[in-house]
Design a protein around this ligand. Structure first.
Ligand code: BGC
Length: 377
């Protein structure tokens, strides 16, 4: 018993010493050493957020901040409770990727408490209570999806005599990004549709501003099963008498759901349509390697997380942020930072197109966990 107590004491002393060491290091780097950063991610059914949450926590802790991560389960009420709990615990800064605009009330509370809020990846809409947003160039993400389809269908050589057929999907109408992705993609595809060499099967919003049609192709909360069911309905309905050459899918989760629906249809058993994606999820990159999904967009969320933490740290210290690898949106792109109530400063990182030719890029960037990387080797 005595021995056990001694061992425990030794362990405790060692732990306390290393804790003090960590604090001293963090303290040496500045005044945010003990600040709590509350990290709120929207959901876990799209894999990336789990990675984002872990990276944000890791980078914050490396800067000597205390960090806590919560996932909202695609439910804004739940995320608001998590945010309120961060405020109660005295958080100095919140990094939020919201579910929908219902977050604005808690962002207002944070502003009243002088707690800085950084919108992470997704804009916080309808709010004038925060100043900073960090994300990717989301219009370009869509352009890359459009370019992938343009290349996969060889649209430059397509003719009106032998047109190609496409059906269109968009992301969640509650997520500001979904509009940029769609508009970026259609900026590439619309000219071919106008020439008659690309024909749309099903609803065709020319841009996201066609709200009625956009709602018809949108996928509430980015849920795979919703996209799968819609694809099944298209295959037995509007697309019954054609062979689809392509499907615009806004991310990998939905892309793979659409592939599942196609695989269950005899027409596509030997040749799938050209299907786009986004996020470079390991399962989708495996699918790209195997010649199923055509492309994805790699957004290095490690870099995004690091940049967000640099931004959070600067904001808490009252310094002007200097974020390597990100550009402040200006000109046409400034609208990426338009909340509807105010234009916040939007820092943009650059997305990269991934096809069968360069699928190694995210792997080489150290983007995957060991278990994910193992799927790719
Ligand atoms: C993100 C995408 C993600 C989607 C669904 C968007 O806001 O930018 O990377 O695939 O949400 O979670």
């Amino acid at each position: 018993m005595k021995k056990l107590l001694i061992v425990l004491l030794v362990l405790l002393t060692a732990a306390a010493a290393s804790f003090a060491g960590a604090r001293a290091d963090g303290g040496a780097s500045g005044s945010t050493a003990a600040s709590l950063v509350g990290i709120a991610m929207p959901e876990t059914h799209v894999e990336r957020w789990v990675k984002d949450g872990a990276s944000l926590k890791r980078f914050a802790e490396a800067r000597g901040m205390r960090a806590e991560v919560q996932f909202g389960n695609a439910d804004q009420t739940q995320q608001n409770q998590q945010l309120q709990s961060f405020l109660t615990q005295g958080a100095k800064v919140l990094i939020i990727s919201c579910v929908n605009d219902g977050v604005a009330s808690v962002v207002a509370e944070a502003a009243r408490d002088k707690v800085a809020v950084i919108a992470y990846d997704r804009i916080i809409p309808n709010s004038a209570d925060y100043d900073y947003y960090i994300t990717f160039n989301n219009f370009k993400v869509g352009q890359l999806q459009g370019q992938g389809i343009e290349e996969g269908l060889n649209l430059k050589a397509a003719t009106a005599q032998a047109p190609k057929y496409i059906t269109l999907f968009a992301g969640s109408p509650t997520d500001g990004n979904a509009f940029f992705f769609y508009d970026g993609a259609m900026s590439i595809l619309n000219p071919y549709i106008e020439k008659g060499v690309l024909k749309v099967v099903g609803p065709y919003p020319k841009t996201s501003a066609d709200t009625a049609n956009f709602q018809r192709i949108a996928t509430e909360n980015w849920q795979g099963p919703i996209a799968k069911t819609r694809m099944e309905n298209l295959l037995s309905g509007d697309a019954r008498d054609v062979v689809l050459d392509a499907v615009l899918a806004p991310n990998d989760t939905l892309g793979r759901a659409i592939i599942e629906a196609c695989k269950a249809d005899a027409k596509y058993r030997t040749k799938l349509p050209v299907i786009s994606g986004q996020d470079a999820e390991a399962d989708s990159v495996v699918s790209i390697k195997n010649g199923e999904q055509y492309m994805t967009v790699f957004k290095d969320t490690n870099k995004l997380a690091e940049a967000a933490v640099i931004l959070a740290d600067a904001v808490v210290r009252g310094q002007t942020p200097n974020i390597p690898g990100a550009v402040l949106a200006s000109g046409d792109l400034a609208k990426i930072g338009d909340t509807g109530r105010k234009v916040v400063k939007a820092y943009l990182l650059d997305p990269v197109i991934i096809t069968r030719n360069n699928w190694q890029v995210p792997l080489d960037a150290g983007f995957y966990t060991d278990a994910e990387a193992a799927k790719l080797r």
